[in-house]
Design a protein around this ligand. Sequence first.
Ligand code: TYD
Length: 137
Amino acid sequence: MEYNTPQIVTFDKIGSSQLGYITIAETQKNVPFEIQRVYWTYYTPHDVTRGGHAHKELQQMIFAVSGTIIFNTEDENGKKETFTLDHPTKGLYIPKLVWRDIQFSHNAVLLCLASEIYNEEDYFRDYEEFKKTTDKK
Ligand code: TYD
């Protein structure tokens, strides 16, 4: 698998409907970077759009461990896509330089595995600045 574009990765699950399930994410096995940081978001109102940024270097693997999360993405070549996370086995891999807007169902919990520690300098928070930088490439 080539990890240079945004894509859904389906993770294995172990268990049964009687006992419940477990899904595992491991560096280099099914996550293509060293995990340096983990964060989660919750209680996002349905009518709020989060995201609105791109990263200069950060790679992420993102899960909806509960609920449904919709990502509208635009990559560095201007390619726009929509990805829906609606099952705990689905991860969305996001490489660097992908603009994203995110919407949540009321019960959604987003879990993010990130390749770098938090650094505000790594963000494009201005869409025009993101477009100007990627257009030059
Ligand atoms: P932001 O990345 O803008 O969140 P979202 O894309 O979900 O809207 O981050 C929201 C706030 O949290 C912002 O003030 C920065 C802060 N933050 C940290 O301090 N550390 C982190 O690892 C992250 C992801 C955010």
